[in-house]
Ligand binder design. Structure first.
Ligand SMILES: Cc1ncc(COP(=O)(O)O)c(C=O)c1O
Length: 290
């Protein structure tokens, strides 16, 4: 067994990861009853922290779990985790569950939420993926109707992602009632005739922090975009397809269901957004933006 001595936070304590334990009757373990966030860190700075904490509030409200801390308290703990793990580039994982209690579906009375935070190194996205793009397959979206909640119960996402991997692809693009929603762990963009299109927020997709930033960057640079409902046919006929997430940033999809997307190369709209995204990261590291 490999040991991990990175510093984690568990219920009020900072301690080495290999000394952090939760009771087996924790509802996160028994039921998947909890929510989470993943926050990237660049140059020791938490990326879009306020937005992540607002989404956490929404996820907690969605599962009717009180937030045990203020945003200032979260910021203090998260920054300490970042510093104790050497600042630099990291991916911070934060999870809350409804605590531990005898197994019963109904909410337990008077339990304390379990709060866990850890950090792992954030590796730069592999050059080959940026140069050649990735492959994706389209699959039926088998998830529930509350996908805006960042729930730790990810079994459908896991099964969908694994099906994509076994088909030689990196991501599953999900289709609900003929409409595109998102990836198994990413948001989805298509480009047609120089217009960026992405499914509108709602119960069928996670409101991605990266997604919002892409739209903000598009607006600030007079790049046309639309949020709305888009069909599988529009995905299949797109000039470009992108996936976005905190750890993968913006990835071009160059093969869909074993067919080339556009000319089979990462497209010009993606190149432009990628550049704007990298500039934003540099501005964050320089302390010019939050
Ligand atoms: C289902 C799903 N959609 C979208 C995203 C992208 O969200 P964000 O940009 O906030 O990382 C994720 C991230 O893991 C996800 O799991």
């Amino acid at each position: 067994m490999t040991s991990n001595t990175d510093t984690v936070y568990l219920n009020g304590k900072f301690l080495p990861q290999d000394q952090a334990f939760v009771p087996v009757m924790d509802r996160g373990f028994v039921f998947g009853d909890g929510v989470y966030e993943v926050i990237p860190v660049y140059g020791g700075r938490l990326f879009r922290l306020a937005e992540h904490l607002r989404r956490l509030d929404d996820s907690l409200a969605g599962i009717r779990l009180n937030n045990p801390m203020s945003h200032d308290q979260w910021a203090g703990i998260l920054n300490r985790i970042v510093n104790e793990n050497g600042a630099g580039e990291q991916s911070v994982y934060l999870q809350l569950t409804r605590g531990h209690a005898p197994r019963d579906h109904g909410f337990p009375q008077d339990t304390q939420a379990t709060v866990f935070i850890s950090s792992s190194p954030l590796k730069p996205v592999a050059e080959a993926l940026l140069k050649d793009g990735v492959a994706a397959i389209s699959l039926e979206d088998i998830r529930w109707k509350h996908c805006h909640i960042k729930a730790i119960a990810l079994l459908p996402n896991i099964l969908l992602r694994q099906q994509a991997i076994e088909a030689g692809a990196q991501e599953a693009i999900l289709i609900r009632d003929g409409l595109i929603t998102e990836g198994a762990a990413s948001n989805l963009f298509i480009v047609k005739d120089n217009v960026i299109k992405t499914p509108a927020k709602g119960p069928f997709l996670l409101p991605g922090i990266t997604r919002d930033l892409i739209l903000e960057l598009a607006a600030a640079n007079n790049i046309q975009y639309q949020e709305g409902s888009f069909g599988l046919n529009e995905l299949q006929q797109a000039d470009e397809i992108w996936l976005s997430s905190s750890t993968k940033e913006v990835l071009p999809v160059t093969r869909l269901d074993d067919k080339a997307v556009g000319n089979g190369q990462p497209g010009p709209a993606w190149q432009q957004i990628r550049r704007l995204y990298q500039d934003y990261k540099q501005a964050l590291i320089a302390g010019e933006v939050e």
